[in-house]
Design a protein around this ligand. Structure first.
Ligand SMILES: [Zn+2]
Length: 359
């Protein structure tokens, strides 16, 4: 892929209404597949949407992705999604959230495509929430049901703001009534009132984007020898089954039992090679990613404290595709049990090194 949506938005290249529609359609089409596999991407932003010269778009960077959590009593990591695209429930400290956080991000990108500027641009999470309420108005208590108590108290202490949704019409000439109607439903403050991806795809605004994509850009339909187009029966397919993260969970647990970086690399390499031939979506571990560096630092503090200098490790040359997300595979995902075990092991290793020093 030659470019990404961020580069295109900030470039001087003209973006027509058709461009916006076909990009938005493809984002939602890809996300529908992910959500049907129970995956929450958790970092949908223009820089993670690759685009080629034919305007074909692909979602990338699954470093923060995870399988959705059906148990509402289980806490989920709150430090997810790049701030400008972070849903209000995350900004307000929700302990549990759903795929609706991805839809919010897409809504922000939709607004950015129309206006050629970031829709909610702020310096801090608190300011981010201010920018959102400047547009949507102060939410009522029902809309803040997933927020933590402190955030609700903070919101109620602020002067009440009226909604300013007509401002969306000023984003560009492409901000038609249909476009603004869809956008406002994707930017609902309450995640329960936000459109799902499937509902968004059913909005009439996307009809032209769907037609354009399947007329000449997709690989699911085909042109016949007599010049007509043979359309697929399912324009927006779903995954055949939910993503199974058992391998990732087992790998994380097995990593905790190992005691050297070379053993971890060896285990990862064997894992990758053993799963290459299986029916998995090939993802990649990026040794330069923040998730990998974070893992490498934690691992060294835990198991090799005498060697740890605080500098990022040189990563193993993992160039092969691998059927797991980097963050999940590397144990920095929401696994409280694993984190506790890590901390226990870290304390153990630290006390061991102290004993060795005394000897
Ligand atoms: Zn098609």
């Amino acid at each position: 892929m030659q470019s990404d949506l961020h580069k295109i938005i900030v470039s001087p290249q003209h973006l027509s209404a058709d461009h916006v529609k076909v990009f938005l359609y493809q984002i939602l089409r890809g996300l529908k597949y992910l959500h049907s596999a129970r995956i929450i991407h958790r970092d949908i932003k223009p820089g993670n949407l690759l685009v080629n010269s034919n305007c074909v778009l692909k979602i990338c960077d699954f470093g923060l992705a995870r399988v959705e959590e059906p148990d509402e009593s289980k806490h989920m990591t709150q430090e997810v999604v790049t701030q400008y695209y972070r849903a209000p429930e995350l900004l307000m400290g929700a302990r549990h959230y759903t795929q609706a956080v991805d839809v919010w991000s897409v809504g922000c990108i939709f607004g950015e495509l129309l206006g050629r500027r970031i829709l909610f641009q702020a310096q801090s999470p608190v300011q981010q929430l201010e920018r959102i309420t400047d547009l949507l108005g102060t939410p009522n208590l029902e809309d803040m049901k997933y927020a933590c108590e402190g955030a609700v108290t903070h919101m109620l202490r602020r002067p009440s703001k009226p909604p300013a949704l007509p401002a969306l019409y000023t984003l560009s000439n492409h901000a038609t009534h249909e476009a603004v109607h869809l956008l406002t439903q994707m930017l609902a403050f309450d995640p329960d009132k936000r459109l799902t991806v499937t509902e968004a795809l059913a909005h009439p605004y996307l009809d032209e984007g769907r037609l354009r994509y399947h007329s000449c850009m997709c690989s699911c339909c085909a042109s016949t020898s007599c010049g007509s187009r043979q359309y697929t029966l399912d324009f927006e397919p779903t995954a055949p089954h939910a993503f199974d993260d058992t391998w990732e969970n087992e790998l994380v647990l097995s990593l905790l039992q190992l005691r050297s970086m070379s053993q971890v690399k060896d285990r990862l390499h064997k894992f990758i090679m053993s799963h290459l031939a299986r029916d998995r979506v090939p993802l990649c571990i990026n040794p330069m990613s923040a998730a990998y560096k974070s893992f490498a630092s934690v691992f060294m503090v835990t198991f090799c404290p005498q060697l740890y200098s605080g500098a990022p490790l040189r990563a193993a040359p993992l160039t092969a595709p691998v059927g797991l997300t980097g963050r999940q595979a590397l144990g920095t995902e929401d696994r409280r049990g694993s984190e506790e075990e890590l901390q226990g092991a870290r304390r153990e290793a630290h006390s061991g090194s102290q004993q060795a020093a005394r000897l």
